[in-house]
Write a protein that binds this ligand. Structure first.
Ligand SMILES: [Mg+2]
Length: 154
């Protein structure tokens, strides 16, 4: 297995440990490198070292909610264009407006099909301006049944 292949790093944050852990495992299996956190403050600390390529954020979390966490992540100097995906039980218009205003790229409601999430993440990262040299990792491409490279959001 090649070791010089770029791996897309994904930060997963959910106060439900089971959901966060499961998401992390699924993303690892799909060829991403996942870092799991259970609250906003831990996620901010982890992100400084992990430097994710994308973040999946639950919205309803005690302390700092996902919208606030997304804002704070995006405020980091290295994270201006960080793709943000809300994965939440909240599907109402108000929740969608809040994530849109906070600059989230996507608002998905639970439960989310793992393949769809992996697909969306790969597309978001690829669409970033600096991602031309970071194609979809081989294992992710294989898991998704398609070659690496730019594609459109489905
Ligand atoms: Mg929650």
């Amino acid at each position: 297995m090649p070791t010089d292949e770029p791996v897309l790093r994904v930060l997963c944050v959910d106060d439900n440990h089971d959901i966060a852990d499961t998401l992390g495992v699924l993303l690892d299996l799909a060829g991403f490198e996942a870092r799991v956190c259970y609250d906003g403050l831990s996620a901010l600390v982890a992100a400084e070292e992990f430097r994710p390529d994308a973040a999946i954020l639950d919205l309803m979390m005690p302390g700092m909610d996902g919208v606030e966490l997304g804002r704070r992540l995006r405020a980091r100097p290295w994270a201006g264009g960080l793709p943000l995906v809300a994965v939440t039980a909240l599907g109402d218009e108000d929740a969608r407006r809040r994530t849109a205003e906070a600059g989230f790229d996507l608002h998905l409601t639970k439960p989310v099909e793992p393949d769809r999430l992996a697909n969306v993440l790969a597309d978001l990262v690829i669409m970033r301006g600096d991602s031309a040299e970071r194609p979809l990792p081989g294992r992710a491409a294989e898991a998704l049944g398609r070659p690496g490279g730019p594609s459109r959001l489905g």
